[in-house]
Ligand binder design. Structure first.
Ligand code: ZN
Length: 239
């Protein structure tokens, strides 16, 4: 079983009518529901309202892959929590940044860039194209899939060149976006996935669910250890 923790800011679902209608128990629990139904994952949830913003070292030590959804309260995540996540990724924990988590503290730290992008909210259709069909995260996905309505995220997207670009998004208004990007940092694997705006029920889309499940399996660590800067002795000179 892969140990998954879903972290959610959990504010819109309690303050805005559309997110409350689509996700009455929060986005984290909607994701947990389809992961639980799969049987390969042992799933915990955490939220901003928890102690130390829901993030502790003990939790991360017991997490193979951390999913992150945040939007309006990135600045309320403590630097300490962001650093714990950063260090856990460097030691091998997988990290999946969903939608507006592009601006979350952990993701920006891991990227080292602004992660700014262009956006508009007009309910466009998004067609997500598979760019790398051999990639583990693209398995079970046809040449493309469509999301009926989604917030438009558009290039330029200020991220480092992705190590692997798995999906590219095209919107009915004409924009394009790097919608599914993989990065390697230290021992950890990171996947950024663009779909997931809170006013539309994107996490109920079966293809989106397949991608998230594939991404968890891909990002799960094969080994996890702290990367040290060790003083070494010349071979043959050891005691
Ligand atoms: Zn959004």
């Amino acid at each position: 079983m892969i140990k998954v923790t879903i972290w959610n800011e959990f504010i819109h679902e309690k303050t805005k009518p559309l997110p409350a209608r689509h996700y009455p128990n929060g986005i984290h629990n909607a994701i947990k529901e389809f992961l639980d139904a799969d049987g390969r994952f042992e799933v915990k949830t955490a939220a901003l309202e928890g102690e130390n913003c829901g993030i502790t070292k003990e939790l991360l030590d017991n997490t193979d892959v951390l999913l992150w959804w945040g939007h309006v309260a990135h600045d309320r995540v403590s630097d300490e929590a962001a650093e714990l996540v950063h260090n856990a990724v460097l030691s091998g924990m997988g990290f999946i940044a969903l939608h507006s988590a592009h601006h979350s503290k952990p993701f920006r730290r891991l990227m080292g860039t602004t992660c700014n992008l262009s956006w508009r909210e007009d309910g466009d259709m998004e067609r997500i194209w598979v760019i790398k069909p051999s990639h583990p995260i693209a398995q079970g996905i046809d040449r493309y899939f469509e999301i009926e309505h989604e917030e438009t995220y558009a290039e330029p997207f200020d991220i480092p060149e992705p190590d692997e670009l798995v999906f590219g998004g095209w919107y009915s208004g004409g924009e394009i976006f790097r919608s599914g990007c993989c990065f390697y940092r230290g021992n950890g694997k990171i996947f950024y996935f663009q779909p997931g705006h809170e006013t539309v029920p994107v996490f109920k889309n079966e293809n989106v669910q397949t991608v998230i499940k594939n991404a968890i399996c891909w990002a799960a660590p094969t080994a996890r250890f702290e990367i040290k800067c060790s003083h070494i002795k010349k071979i043959g000179s050891e005691e």
